[in-house]
Write a protein that binds this ligand. Structure first.
Ligand code: MG
Length: 395
């Protein structure tokens, strides 16, 4: 089988809010076509116009190609081999960052094709089934611009998540740093106030994670705050420090009895090796698209197994990535949860409407995928609506 064409779809939620810190509002979706008529779908999480250029840009010499021209003619049934070919042929522009993020969408689509060609769910090609059901946690980020609304919204959403059957939720409590959402700026103690209020509402058995999104500018500040959370029984604290400050991550991880999680922006498993061996975090959070697709995500899960870490993927996109995460989780026993934006509890129309997928939640569990490939289909009417919204930003 050969790859014959890659279609790039730039999508935008027509109701997007430029003041929000939410990459769920846009998307780069690829459809990879083959000479046998099988089409695979993938997506990735970066500026979609930049992602498209990584794929469609022409190359003028052998070591700096656009991804699209490299993948044409390759065998989609061997995604790791195609990955390495593309990684080498784009090395002067790529190796990390946007170009590897864009490769992730194509790689995801190749695994979809490989599953469809085998008439089997993609996970059967990734490894051994390791469980009977999957764990997903609800990610909760109220899109409001003052603290009182934020607190009441968070309490309401946490209750809704529990009512929907979730056993775990993550609170995006970001009141400082680069991610301060919707202009909310508050003292660190306000984070503690939110977490304590949610904990007392959901009770001791519900699992809570906290994402502070790079809020702390020093290890001392992070430690001072996290020490007050020990009794609140937090499963992990995500990205407390700037992503490059790996020595600080290590200092914090070694001085606080709460798991530290990081990795959402990293591309390739090589960057995760640094995070593990230098940063000493307990939970690795590859975003399957950004890290370079399922090919790289599987390598991160192997690294985690070898070093006694957990894997809990980042996921702030649509049902395509949810499906990819479900397939990865099926073969990864040390992946207790993956991130899940519950459609009723998020603002993104892309999350709610882009695909028809089979991943649904029942009593806090997600079932093992059974359809061939990734098991998702694009809703064509929604696709056109979101493409049109993107064209209004850039024709
Ligand atoms: Mg995060």
């Amino acid at each position: 089988m050969k790859i014959t064409r890659i279609d790039c779809h730039i999508l935008l939620d027509p109701d997007y809010n430029p003041a929000a810190t939410s990459s769920a509002q846009d998307d780069l979706v690829v459809e990879v076509h083959t000479d046998e008529g099988i089409v695979g779908i993938g997506e990735t999480d970066l500026n979609p116009w930049i992602a498209r250029e990584c794929i469609e840009a022409p190359g003028t010499h052998t070591m700096d190609q656009g991804l699209g021209s490299v993948y044409l003619g390759l065998d989609p049934l061997d995604p790791p081999k195609a990955w390495w070919t593309a990684y080498q042929a784009t090395a002067m522009t790529g190796r990390r960052g946007a170009l590897v993020n864009a490769m992730g969408a194509i790689d995801m689509a190749l695994w979809d094709i490989a599953g469809k060609a085998a008439d089997a769910p993609t996970w059967t090609l990734l490894g051994e089934r390791s469980r009977d059901h999957l764990g997903a946690y609800a990610s909760l980020q109220p899109e409001v611009s003052n603290f009182d609304d934020y607190l009441s919204s968070m309490l309401q959403w946490a209750k809704s998540a529990k009512d929907m059957g979730f056993l775990a939720a993550k609170l995006e409590t970001t009141f400082s740093g680069p991610y301060a959402n919707m202009g909310l700026h508050e003292k660190d103690e306000r984070m503690t106030e939110v977490i304590a209020a949610v904990r007392s509402q959901v009770g001791p058995d519900f699992i809570l994670m906290v994402d502070v999104q790079y809020a702390f500018d020093s290890v001392d500040r992070a430690r001072r705050v996290l020490e007050t959370w020990i009794d609140l029984d937090i499963f992990f604290v995500e990205t407390p420090l700037w992503t490059d400050d790996l020595d600080d991550y290590r200092a914090l991880a070694e001085s606080i009895p709460i798991r530290i999680a990081a990795g959402e922006w990293l591309s390739t498993h090589y960057e995760f090796e640094d995070l593990v061996h230098r940063g000493h975090v307990a939970v690795l959070q590859p975003d399957i698209g950004r890290v370079g697709g399922l090919t790289e995500a599987v390598k991160v899960t192997r690294l985690a197994a070898e070093t006694g870490k957990l894997v809990v993927p980042h996921l702030w996109k649509t049902g395509i990535s949810v499906a990819a995460a479900a397939h990865l989780a099926t073969v990864t026993p040390h992946m207790p949860f993956f991130e899940f934006l519950p459609p009723p509890l998020c603002e993104s129309r892309l999350r709610k409407e882009l695909v028809v997928d089979e991943v649904t939640l029942s009593e806090g569990r997600v079932s093992i995928p059974e359809r061939p490939g990734l098991g998702v289909e694009l809703n064509r009417d929604s696709l056109e609506l979101f493409k049109e919204a993107a064209r209004r930003v850039r024709p």
